[in-house]
Write a protein of this length. Structure first.
Length: 260
């Protein structure tokens, strides 16, 4: 008597990240309004952060699964919140600064939008680092990812300080052309980002680099250069940011274009 066995079911492929694409596209549309509002309003800022953080989490969920999405939220969101709470209460690791209460709901003295901002850019930073350092040792990817995430703050911090969302007690010394933001801030970002990238690189499955996070990073780079140079009246920030963030963004753009 013979028996037959059904063939094993094929492994399920990741879902198409449609929701993540829609959220990211909506965020781009929101950000395109910023130049016409003298740097953005609270509503636009909140919408941009929430949409891009949502896009990152949705992409992690549909491309890698719930465990990876949870890790992103815990490591980038939770880790960023812990670092910011320590920063506003002790001055470590970023320097002595304070929030002005203009960014809405706060948790432990930190606006709820802030840990979401860590989520929204940690995900793209990880993937552009993997793209640029393909085949290299893990520590190289972690270092590049930390630089990629920190470099974004060269654009972010001047915009938020000018908008009055936070202030620095002692903004010296600072990067040339980036007045009002102390070097201690970027040193702290590098330390926090290094830890964040190390954990995420270890936890997020490796494979072909997905297009969406890379596209978000490159959009953030090119749009930030344009906005600061033309619309926000900060050409020195545009120049310095173009160089600092371009260390990762330009090679990523070249590799991405060749791959596609």
């Amino acid at each position: 008597m013979s028996t037959t066995h059904a063939p094993p079911a094929p492994a399920s492929a990741p879902s198409r990240p449609t929701a993540a694409i829609v959220l990211a596209a909506a965020a781009v549309l929101v950000q395109m309004v910023f130049p016409f509002t003298d740097g953005g309003t609270l509503a636009l800022t909140a919408a941009s952060v929430v949409l891009l953080a949502g896009a990152a989490l949705a992409h992690a969920l549909t491309s890698y699964g719930a465990r990876t999405a949870g890790a992103l939220l815990l490591v980038a969101g939770g880790g960023g919140w812990v670092a910011e709470v320590a920063g506003v209460h002790t001055g470590v690791p970023f320097g002595d600064y304070s929030y002005s209460g203009t960014l809405g709901l706060e948790l432990g003295g930190v606006p709820a939008l802030v840990p979401l901002a860590w989520v929204m850019m940690a995900w793209p930073a990880l993937h552009v680092a993997r793209l640029v350092t393909s085949g290299r040792a893990a520590w190289v990817t972690v270092a590049v990812g930390a630089w990629a995430l920190t470099a974004w703050d060269v654009f972010l911090d001047p915009q938020m300080v000018d908008a009055g969302h936070w202030t620095w007690a002692n903004p010296h010394p600072h990067l040339p052309g980036v007045d009002g933001i102390p070097l201690t801030n970027f040193a702290g970002w590098l330390v926090v980002s290094m830890l964040m990238m190390a954990v995420l690189h270890a936890l997020v499955p490796r494979g072909p680099v997905p297009a969406l996070p890379v596209a978000v990073y490159l959009w953030t780079y090119f749009s930030s250069v344009l906005a600061h140079a033309v619309f926000f009246g900060r050409p020195p920030v545009a120049l310095v940011g173009a160089v600092v963030m371009g260390v990762v963004a330009v090679p990523a753009a070249v590799r991405w274009a060749r791959a596609r």
